[in-house]
Write a protein that binds this ligand. Sequence first.
Ligand SMILES: Nc1ncnc2c1ncn2[C@@H]1O[C@H](COP(=O)(O)OP(=O)(O)OP(=O)(O)O)[C@@H](O)[C@H]1O
Ligand SMILES: [Mg+2]
Length: 269
Amino acid sequence: MTTQPLVNPSISLQPAPQPPAQVVLENLVKEYGSLRALGGVSFNIASGEWIALMGPSGSGKTTLINILGGLDTATSGRVVVNGQDITRLSESDLVRYRAEKIGFVFQQFHLVPYLTALENVMLAQYFHSVTDESQAVEALKRVGLADRLEHLPTKLSGGEQQRVAIARALINQPKLILADEPTGNLDEANEDIVINIFRELHQSGHTILMVTHDVDIARNASRRIELTHGHLTLDTTCNFLEQPKLCPHGKPFPSSGCCSTLDPKSCTP
Ligand SMILES: Nc1ncnc2c1ncn2[C@@H]1O[C@H](COP(=O)(O)OP(=O)(O)OP(=O)(O)O)[C@@H](O)[C@H]1O
Ligand SMILES: [Mg+2]
């Protein structure tokens, strides 16, 4: 009698390989004098993830996003983006990093008040060429503002201003979009429009780290990270919207639909 192997040898029992991290935060510390805004935060971001960054006021969300975007410097720790440790960059290299790799969207839009929508977008273009204007027009069309090109910010609604800011963030085709409460100043209708743009960006493969206080908005993201007093206190990945397909530890999702990135056991179905 021949004995059959209990497990089909062609089926690998190894966890599925995880995509390489686009961003690695390692023991990130930020001190303002005696105040510790970030007390040693570590996590990775995979390419194409949409992460909702949450936590109470003053917990360090903006501080983290500003350091990751090269707008502020860390006291210690490492921030590696696409293999490059940005904590070691010179000021001029940081300018280049911000312009080429990062798209920022802020709660307060930060448009230049005396420039038109088109000029605000063109101002952010890093590689100046004769095609500049047509690319900027395309970016504004993408956010539904083809008929607002020549408007000054004061002649635009809050939602329209935020869409100009998103077009400006996208103009250099950044790998990483950092958004700090992008719907914080918008009414519900404009919030929907802006979140739909982020959905499209996510579907087209952009990596998004978005600060929000709104649980409904956070539900659009596949992963939620929470900070409390500068420490990472929650990191949950869910298969809402059927993505991603696997838990961070390479196993199928548990029936609850969510698992903790911090605890491999939580991935066991
Ligand atoms: N430039 C600064 N100088 C001194 N302290 C600062 C500075 N920026 C931030 N802080 C402090 O660091 C802590 C974290 O601030 P941060 O702005 O990152 O919080 P947050 O989570 O974004 O809060 P919110 O939800 O209110 O925007 C707070 O205690 C804040 O007062
Ligand atoms: Mg903030």
